[in-house]
Design a protein around this ligand. Sequence first.
Ligand code: FES
Length: 635
Amino acid sequence: MPKLIIDTIAVEVPEGTNVLEAARSVGIVIPHFCWHPALGKAGACRVCAVKILEGTPKGVQMSCMLPAQDGMVVSTGDEEAVALRRSVIEWLMINHPHDCPVCDEGGECQLQDFTIAGGHSIRRYDGRKRTYINQYLGPYIEHEMNRCIQCYRCARFYQEYAGGTDFGTMGRAAMIYFGRQQDGQLESPFSGNLVDICPTGVFTDKTARFRARYWDYDMAPSVCPHCSLGCNTIPAARYRELLKVMARRNDAINGWFICDRGRFSNAAVNTPERPRQPLVDGQEVDWNKALDTLAERLQKFLEIHGPESLAIVGSPRMSMEGNIMAARLRDFLKAGTLSYFEDTELNRRTLEATGRLTRDTSASLADVRGADLVAIIGCDPSEQSPMMALAIRQAWRKGARVFRVESGRSEAGDTGISPLYESSHADSVASLPLAEAARPVLICGTNEAGLEALQITPPAKFAFLLNGPNAFGCAELAAEQGAASLAEALAAGTIKGVVAFETDLADDLPDNIQVLATADWRATALVERAEIVLPTTAWVEMDGTFINNEGRAQRFKQVMHPGLPIKGLTPELHPPHGFRKTAPGSEPTPAWQWIELLMSRMGAQSLDAPLSGHWERLKQLDPEQGGLSVLHERN
Ligand code: FES
């Protein structure tokens, strides 16, 4: 571990750390554009100059290119280094537009920050600026090449890190161009990361362009709800509208990036048509009336049919808080069925897979990135959880062997080439060369093939791709509460009524089943069918907890208040004009709170907070601290 001195501060860093990172580790910011923690160094921008006073090589050096060495003495404020950094910024700004006040990247632009910090304010060059013609890159990414400072981060990320082939570096010398051969939508499922990774505004999020300045956003640490991996995000909202989603660093899970599904699939939050007002028999009512009616009808239902005829249904897309309260509602009403998974086989397999994972055998995405052998068993990571495929690619780039385990397929005609990594075919888990690997990870679907793979003895680790952001949490609760699949309960023929929470039940729920109520923020088929609808908050409108596929509980925080966004309101959808105390459409309430309100209305006394008892340990979860494994008791 080299020990060095940077600006009189003693620093000790792991072998291989560069001077720029060493300085960052003690809070000293050296300007940089091309270096990125996930991409490494390129030495392209020349703005990270520092002076080496002791050690070799001496003099002004690029801190991103220089490994920290024992005994080194570094000055970031040396006159010569500062002068060089100032010159580099001035050169970069020769061709860059001087339009920060009106630029849509203003406020979230690294070039703006370092230009202002370095004191460059007067443009001395009076020649013509170099200009480019921008490309159409699809509906999500805006291209503005005049802002480019040739740091190569975009091409390095897109091609090397993410395996994209339709975007890259073109041109030469002073006319380098980053784009596609021709206009067209970017093909990589990770293209949105260009927005985060570009240190200026060459690539911006088209879906949020000119809607707000960075300092106007409502933001909070959050967790992606679009698959089971639990990638960390920062959603940004303004005026009751979710504008965009950015990646949030979590080295154990998503690293610095997220996939385009997580970034661009959030229109359902903003749609004026989503359930925003309680409904009773299709009529809008206030929440008091809705709860009174539900309490009455439930009472009547229980008297006529008996509690065993009632099913309370939770869901892998609902928070832990909601699902815990669903179990309490079952207990309170003595309902015959509690269900978290609709499908019987999925219920069984998810419980079995998650139930057998331990802290030693459950693989994080970081474990996948660091694996030396990856086997894909009965699942399609690119389709189900793209960030898993990106993690496999990083392992493959470092030399890991990747196998697809598919019985009954011959090698002939199988190229084994994925856009992200090369893989070989294996007939069975038994045929994998696991003994030759030091850090093997098996990536499994929740199917028989995946469960069979669990027979492998450690040191293999497992990563299951589950169905929903809180599928692991639902499996834990199902085991704890003795929940059955809904299909199983329906097949037994006893269920006559359903109360469901944030559930995508199949449209073919039998006609003789009375859907007494549903609580949801999505306009599902069940919302259409239910007698009573309680609008719930989307994940960005509440605090909550998801447990990801590896058993890591993570807290997401409220980003925005629920309410009808102003954008997209047609005259038909516009609420009546008039004075009101609350914003229109602000009735949605977290599902767990609806349950609590319903239970107190029906006579429940002294309700505990959702995260109490066995789940009390999740109460203090800090969204910035990387999460907490619920497998800590299992070894
Ligand atoms: Fe060091 Fe660009 S950050 S040369």
